[in-house]
Design a protein around this ligand. Structure first.
Ligand code: ZN
Length: 252
């Protein structure tokens, strides 16, 4: 999961969402869940809002339309952050929409929406509102996450971030590839090949599991970086290079 910026919707999509929200709000409270579900499933309704939602979410998503939760698979589903069964009036609310892969949406998250016992706040992270790096620490050489907060723990559990072997193996590969990218950037830059260096940055962020790249730069700046990168001193040196950091971290 990486921090994302929420974009603006096409005006006609926004207007239609507002109309459907109003329709749900005007329904008796006991019928809202059924009304919201029926509207969302309705072919015409979906056709009217789906393209605008999907194309805007795809532009916001990491890499080539990757899932906003696992960062690995193609994001194909409009996910309701707060499930429509629990918050029917938010079914057509733009701020409640994220892009998820079918696996994260249908197999992992489903209707899960854990809340804090202390203050009742959501325990899942919304990457358009929160910085996932504050809640999740990636153990880079191993490819698994450690929760730094109850929200981090909840995301690991609900999305199976450590239980899905394909994600853990993928992150290990992504770490090796990302290390190569920073080395190649240094070489290209030293040779005055700025065009090539810029391409290396673009390609690096467009790969699946870009959370690994984000975690690398974040951890190189950590006070315990020497420990976190034990045995990887060369990589740490590169990641601390100010010009290199600026080139990779100014992507947005
Ligand atoms: Zn996913």
């Amino acid at each position: 999961m990486i921090r994302l910026r929420r974009a603006s919707l096409p005006p006609d999509t926004s207007a239609r969402l507002a109309t459907y929200t109003e329709e749900i709000e005007q329904t008796a409270e006991t019928d809202r869940k059924a009304t919201a579900a029926a509207l969302w499933a309705h072919t015409t309704v979906r056709r009217r809002v789906r393209d605008g939602l999907l194309s805007t979410l795809a532009d916001m998503a990491p890499g080539h339309q990757r899932c906003m939760y696992c960062g690995d698979s193609q994001g194909t589903d409009i996910d309701h952050f707060e499930p429509k069964s629990l918050a029917p009036v938010r079914t057509f609310e733009w701020l409640n929409h994220l892009l998820a892969c079918a696996y994260c949406n249908s197999n992992q998250k489903r209707n899960a929406f854990p809340r804090s016992e202390e203050d009742g706040g959501p325990l899942l992270l919304d990457p358009t509102l929160q910085e996932p790096l504050d809640h999740l620490r990636l153990i880079l050489p191993v490819g698994t996450y450690r929760g730094l907060t109850p929200q981090g723990d909840a995301c690991i559990a609900v999305f199976g971030l450590n239980a899905r072997g394909v994600l853990v193996d993928g992150r290990r590969t992504a770490y090796e590839t990302a290390k190569e990218s920073v080395e190649l950037w240094r070489i290209a830059t030293d040779r005055g090949r700025d065009d090539k260096a810029a391409k290396i940055v673009r390609v690096a962020w467009n790969r699946p599991l870009a959370d690994v790249l984000a975690a690398m730069f974040h951890q190189a700046d950590h006070r315990a970086a020497d420990l976190l990168f034990a045995g990887e001193e060369e990589t740490l040196g590169l990641l601390r290079d100010r010009a290199l950091r600026a080139a990779f971290l100014s992507r947005a």
